[in-house]
Design a protein around this ligand. Structure first.
Ligand code: NDP
Length: 449
């Protein structure tokens, strides 16, 4: 597979996040390629790593002072072998084609693992919603959708949220899509409950991460009761990861944002979590306020230039990174293991660097890779699409049960694929293999398209 890495590095030398995800993928699928020669003959891997379509566009918008800004919009439609493209939109100043391609590639396998008929895609813009008024965010979303609308649709490509795109942004995006198409369809997921959204969608990614962690612990007869957990991030995924840890009897010691983290030795209980939800989702404030409100907790500002994050140094049993990619360095991994962590379950996409994953492997840490562990969000998006098509909505219990069953099934599938291909117990290899085989077979069936 060296030639594939050489080709993508030569073609797009600056796309190092994309190279990282491809390298990790290729390192695990050799046993499948050896057993299925048709995959090599039909250049399945070479076809999979090239997006079916890449859309780049200008997003001009006006701020509250009347100043015009121009941002760059992206949608990478990676693979539609098993269903319409599906994957979130990210609004963050760091967004570039490399990040969107890595996310889109991961999404293909994640969606495949959910067992629902969804292909993979991802999009976004290098727009920073932080510090912008609601009016500015609305105008940006409308300008973004003024181009994206012609590429998406309920049977073509169905975007959702990701970093910087939550309920407010999905509302503005959907409003503009509906106006431009003059149709009320489920072309976006994460919609409000009163207009086509699904119960449990906001909770789904975080809840799913913890259901997956519970399955991993369950193999050795353990559970989350009393387990001390380090969680990073304080957005959608982190909030509901923390909520489910609490519901299952665990203790949440940390949360973070891009400025720093909070450490609360007494545990972030549900009342404190409500404070954080209100702070982050409604007032859109900074996490530092937590320590002013709860003076027995500490807030630590983190220098992004540091090669490690002190958040990962506290003694704990489990870690659920839920902020962003590459947030756990090799050194962080060492700190985690030294602090007693035995389970790492990824809420964010690709939060562990290759050095961290290597360290976890060497130390036999239970490692739930993002494409399996955080698939609950897109799984419930799939359920939202089904409810939209049927013009009906399911109860909280029905959706939550389906989510739990899907996470159990993904967990089982990863282990079975890993055993079948001689890497028993390796969730990362199992997730890659199981996701890959389903897509590859669909591509073979559909011919050279
Ligand atoms: P949100 O925007 O709701 O929250 C993101 C959180 O991470 C915020 O606390 C943010 O801090 C922090 N963060 C973002 N970028 C950085 C950075 N460069 N360094 C440090 N902290 C950072 O996003 P989500 O919770 O939706 O997404 C979090 C992760 O989960 C992402 O990797 C996303 O791809 C992944 N994911 C999300 C899904 C979903 O359903 N939403 C589904 C599957 C995966 P601040 O407030 O300072 O920006």
């Amino acid at each position: 597979m060296e030639h594939i890495l050489a080709t993508i590095t030569r073609q797009d030398p600056e796309q190092w996040e994309f190279h990282q995800v491809i390298r990790e993928f290729l390192a695990t699928i050799a046993p499948v390629l050896d057993r299925r020669p048709s995959y090599r003959q039909q250049a399945i891997v070479e076809r999979m790593i090239e997006p079916e379509r890449t859309i780049l566009f200008r997003v001009p918008w006006m701020d509250d002072q009347g100043k015009v800004h121009v941002n760059r919009g992206f949608r990478v439609e990676m693979n539609s072998a098993i269903g319409p493209y599906k994957g979130g939109l990210r609004f963050h100043p760091t967004v570039n084609l490399s990040i969107i391609k890595f996310l889109a590639f991961e999404q293909v396998f994640k969606n495949s693992l959910t067992t629902l008929p969804m292909g993979g895609g991802k999009g976004g813009a290098d727009f920073d919603p932080k510090g912008r008024s609601d009016g500015e965010v609305m105008r940006f979303c409308q300008a973004f959708m003024a181009e994206l609308f012609r590429h998406i649709g309920e049977d073509t490509d169905v975007p959702a949220g990701d970093i910087g795109v939550g309920a407010r942004e999905i509302g503005y995006l959907f409003g503009m899509y509906k106006k431009l198409q003059n149709k009320f369809t489920g072309a976006l997921t994460g919609k409000g409950l009163g207009w086509g959204g699904s119960l449990i969608r906001p909770e789904a990614t975080g809840y799913g991460v913890v259901y997956f962690a519970a399955e991993m612990l369950g193999l050795s007869g353990e559970n989350l009761v009393g387990k001390r957990c380090l969680v990073s991030g304080s957005g959608n995924v982190a909030q509901f990861t923390a909520e489910k840890i609490l519901q299952l009897g665990g203790k949440v010691l940390t949360l973070s944002d891009s400025s720093g983290y909070i450490y609360d030795e007494e545990g972030i209980d549900s009342g404190k979590l409500d404070f954080i939800k209100e702070l982050k989702n409604i007032r859109r404030g900074r996490l530092g306020e937590y320590a002013q409100h709860y003076p027995r907790a500490s807030y630590v500002a983190v220098d992004p230039a540091l090669e490690y994050n002190p958040l990962w140094m506290y003694p704990a049993d489990c870690a659920m990174p839920a902020a962003t990619q590459n947030e756990i360095s090799g050194r962080d991994a060492r700190h985690l293991v030294e602090g007693g962590v035995r389970l790492v379950c990824e809420g964010a996409n690709m939060p562990s660097t290759p050095a961290a994953i290597e360290f976890f492997r060497e130390h036999r840490i239970l490692f739930g890779p993002s494409k399996a562990a955080n698939a609950g969000g897109v799984a419930v998006s799939g359920l939202e699409m089904a409810q939209d098509s049927m013009r009906m909505s399911w109860s909280r219990e029905v959706v939550d049960n389906r989510l739990r069953m899907i996470m159990q099934s993904i967990h089982r599938t990863c282990l079975e694929a890993a055993s079948t291909y001689g890497v028993a117990g390796d969730y990362l290899a199992g997730a890659n293999i199981a996701g890959f085989v389903k897509i590859a077979d669909a591509m073979l069936d559909q011919g050279l398209v």
